[in-house]
Write a protein that binds this ligand. Sequence first.
Ligand code: OGA
Ligand code: NI
Length: 353
Amino acid sequence: MAATMTSKRLLLSDLVSSDKIDQVPSNYIRPLSQRPNLQDVFHDDHSIPLIDLHHLHGPNRAHVVQQIGLACRDFGFFQVKNHGVPESTITNMMNIAREFFTLPEEERLKSYSDDPTKTTRLSTSFNIRTEKVANWRDFLRLHCYPLQDYIHEWPTNPEAFRDHVAEYCRSARGLALQLVEAISESLGLDKDYISRQLGRHAQHMALNYYPPCPQPDLTYGLPGHTDLNLITILLQDQVPGLQVLKDGHWVAVNPVPNTFIINIGDQIQVLSNDKYKSVLHRAVVNCDKERISIPTFYCPSPDAVIGPAPELVTDDEPCVYRNFTYGEYYAKFWNRGLATENCLDMFMTSSST
Ligand code: OGA
Ligand code: NI
């Protein structure tokens, strides 16, 4: 029917499933100089360190903390096993996400919004209000701490959605707090130092859905970016797609069952006064398989004032960033689109913006 052919689909997944497209629509195509160049990507299974958290609470804590510190300094990324999040919690989370994205379009669209300030919303690409080229992704973004402030906004279909996602959020928060302590300690700071800078704390998550793509060389699930928050805990299914920039090369991070990928966000870079770097990463898509990834973004609350830890500012290592509220940073990040230039540049002491 002509009407359905021309009607604009809000979500990529519905465009892909309704029109059986065999070419990437022009608004998703990156200019030549910005394409993923998939043939140049390194596939090295030891690309980022795998850290066993089992000993984080025993006599070998110092050793694990040191490993985390080195990973933060040299990679900005690491994987963790024996992280304490039950396998059933992870499986339920992944299954409910997959179920959500297979609900009928009209059911999913109940959560649709393209307003980035909404605390629960289903949308597509990254920020369709500001970006020039679209990304091959749909996502459901949820605020999830304090849980009781947000859970009533979440989808109720699938029926078990709120229960499974809430359970996952609580577990992921437990892990985040342990990692934040270890990172604080690894910087030579009091183990509670970073946690105390986060105001009331906050936690967001995304359920990312990347449909199969007929021409993965022309577009991205998400182009290179750094995460604006404190730390990210990424759960992904068994389909590869995440790539991390290391020494100027994109390196594929292949999924390992029952591990999480942890990365440092911009706020750790600021708090550490550049000792730890928030590293560029991206998600690419493939021809054959849909992919689901579920990042938990652990954050300061919007009123929290973030700046370099005074103990890490010395004559040799002067203060790199001015103080700001996380709310200010958050607004700037979402307004500028996913530019490769770091949002952090706007908050440097030497910056005039
Ligand atoms: C993100 C992100 C990577 C992925 O959502 O910020 O980097 O593999 N996702 O989906
Ligand atoms: Ni990211």
